[in-house]
Design a protein around this ligand. Structure first.
Ligand SMILES: [Zn+2]
Length: 309
């Protein structure tokens, strides 16, 4: 497999207040992990910047204007109780979107097989008209729409294994039969959505909630019986992963007990699914993961699996 890794210094200029879990050090920890020999052949490139209009693939213009108006010239602006934006946050978000779109371009034109976007801020909590949960714009949703608009993808599957439910992605695609949204997450937990009964207007939302304390066995069972079956029935042209690593047992924000090997396993199953349905096209976008050691080890394992198939 040829894996492209998108990074950019701007992702470390999206600054959050002291003590905030979604912090610059997350990317520093991941970069440290990538100094290992196993990543010597990883194809690392700078994330391109998306034009502002790319945001409109998943959000209305009024929302884009509202977020732009909230970006401060200095200091930090509070978007909601736990979401902040600084002077560089808009640029960081646009580079994350640009990287996800370039990743989609690359898997469709066969420049590489799969890609990982190591961007901040994350995106899966951003609803059509609401920035929340550390997220400004929904990067994974924009990537899916880009695949449809630009590359003729008929069906895109978004698989979200972040420990929190991706309410934003569910909101954006609730009425859209052309995008399958599958999520494993802890419940109850922020943001409160993600019950099994939430299936979308066309049955293309697939929630597989897990209970606090659940570990790899429950995760793999839910992934096999719900997520993988839904993907096989849907036959996507592209799989996008909302790759959060906060279901790791060390994570301070939740209570699942996954280990690195569980992320390796899930990555392998999605590589196989992409092989069966999508000519290997797989794009993974970083979401959460707040224990630096757990994040670095888990994301590193995930990226290695992308590289080696
Ligand atoms: Zn999360």
């Amino acid at each position: 497999m040829v894996t492209r890794y998108f990074e950019h210094p701007i992702f470390k200029e999206h600054v959050t207040p002291p003590g905030h879990p979604e912090r610059v050090d997350r990317l520093r920890a991941l970069e440290e992990a990538l100094t290992a020999d196993a990543f010597a052949t990883l194809d690392r490139v700078e994330a391109p910047r998306a034009d502002e209009s790319a945001v409109l693939l998943a959000h209305p213009e009024s929302f884009l204007e509202k977020v732009k108006a909230q970006i401060p010239e200095e200091g930090l602006a509070r978007i909601d109780a736990d979401t902040v934006a600084g002077p560089k946050s808009m640029e960081a978000a646009l580079h994350g979107i640009g990287a996800a779109m370039a990743a989609v371009d690359g898997v469709f034109d066969r420049s590489f097989d799969n890609a990982f976007v190591a961007a901040r801020p994350p995106g899966h909590h951003a609803e059509k008209e609401t920035a929340m949960g550390f997220c400004l714009f929904n990067t994974a949703a924009i990537a899916a729409r880009h695949a449809q608009r630009t590359h003729g993808a008929e069906r895109v599957a978004i698989v979200d294994w972040d420990v929190h439910h991706g309410n934003g992605t569910q909101d954006i695609f609730w009425n859209d039969a052309s995008v399958l949204y599958c999520s494993t997450h802890q419940m109850p937990l922020y943001p409160g959505t993600g019950a099994k009964g939430e299936t979308g207007a066309h049955g293309t939302i697939c929630n597989a909630p897990l209970s606090p304390g659940d570990a790899g066995e429950a995760f793999r069972e839910a992934f096999k019986s719900r997520v993988l079956n839904a993907i096989d029935a849907f036959r996507p042209d592209l799989i996008v992963i909302s790759a959060g690593f906060d279901a790791h047992h060390r994570d301070p924000l939740a209570n699942l007990n996954l280990v690195e090997d569980d992320f390796d396993w899930a990555t392998g199953r999605l590589i196989e699914a992409a092989g069966r349905h999508a000519d290997n096209r797989l794009v993974s976008v970083l979401e959460g993961g707040y224990d630096l050691q757990g994040l670095a080890a888990s994301a590193g394992t995930h990226i290695q699996r992308l590289m080696w198939g």
